[in-house]
Design a protein. Structure first.
Length: 221
C-alpha cells in the first residue's frame, strides 16, 4: 500500500476551512499567529500574565472603593442630619415654642426686617394668606408636623422642601407689590392638589399703615 502523504500545516490546523473560505492574506495571518502560539511566543509584546493580573486587581480595588463610598454616604446621611439643619419637636408645634398659633404669620423685627413663620400640614398652610412688605429683608421659617411638603412662592426664588422635625429657612426680598400663589409642590397624599396659600406683597408704607401697630400681620384667608 502506498504511503499516505503527511498533511500540510494548514490542513492539520483546526481552522483549515478559513483558507478555503477567506482570503489568503487573512488565512496566512491566522497561520502565523497559530504557529507563534504553538511555539510559546507572546503575541502582544509587553503584555504579560502578571501585568494583566495587576490591572485586574487595580480595577477591582477602584470598583470596591466606589461602592463603599456610595454605601457609606447613603447610610451616613440617612442616620445623621447635616449640621446646618435646625431640628424641632414635630409633635409639639401647636402647643409651645416658635410655631405655636400665636406666633404664625409675619412679625416685624426691631431692625425692620420681617420673619414669617408657617406650618405646612396635610392639606393646608397655616396661615393660608401671608402679607409682607416690599423692600424688606424677609426670612421664611417653615416646618411640618406630619409628612414632607414643598414650599414654593411662584415668581420668586423661594423654593424649599419641608421635612417633619426640621425647620426650613429661606431668605428673600420683594421689590414690588403684588400677589403670589404658594403651592405645595411635593406630593403629600390624596389632598395634595388642594394645598396652597397666598402671599400678598404690600408697598412698605401701606404695610406700615395697615399692620404697623400689630404684633403679627396676616391677611384674611
Amino acid at each position: 500500500m502506498p504511503a499516505r502523504a503527511a498533511p500540510s500545516p494548514w490542513q492539520a490546523w483546526p481552522c483549515s476551512s478559513c483558507w478555503r473560505s477567506g482570503s489568503p492574506s487573512s488565512s496566512s495571518s491566522l497561520l502565523r499567529e497559530a504557529a507563534l502560539a504553538d511555539a510559546g511566543e507572546n503575541l502582544f509584546p509587553g503584555v504579560t500574565e502578571e501585568s494583566e493580573r495587576r490591572w485586574a486587581r487595580a480595577v477591582a480595588v477602584i470598583v470596591a472603593l466606589v461602592v463603599a463610598v456610595m454605601i457609606y454616604s447613603g447610610l451616613h446621611w440617612t442616620a445623621v442630619a447635616p449640621s446646618n439643619v435646625e431640628t424641632i419637636d414635630a409633635g409639639r408645634l401647636h402647643l409651645s415654642g416658635e410655631f405655636m398659633e400665636a406666633n404664625l404669620g409675619t412679625a416685624i423685627q426691631p431692625d425692620r426686617s420681617a420673619v414669617v413663620r408657617v406650618i405646612a400640614q396635610q392639606y393646608s398652610f397655616v396661615p393660608r394668606c401671608i402679607v409682607v412688605p416690599t423692600d424688606t429683608p424677609i426670612t421664611f421659617r417653615v416646618t411640618s408636623p406630619d409628612v414632607v411638603h414643598g414650599f414654593l412662592i411662584a415668581g420668586t426664588n423661594v423654593n424649599s422642601m419641608v421635612v417633619p422635625g426640621y425647620v426650613a429657612e429661606v431668605r428673600t426680598r420683594f421689590d414690588k407689590a403684588g400677589e403670589h400663589v404658594m403651592p405645595c409642590h411635593e406630593y403629600c397624599s390624596v389632598g395634595h392638589e388642594g394645598m396652597w396659600a397666598r402671599v400678598k406683597v404690600l408697598d412698605r408704607l401701606e404695610f406700615d399703615r395697615v399692620h404697623g401697630k400689630q404684633g403679627r400681620a396676616s391677611c384674611a384667608g
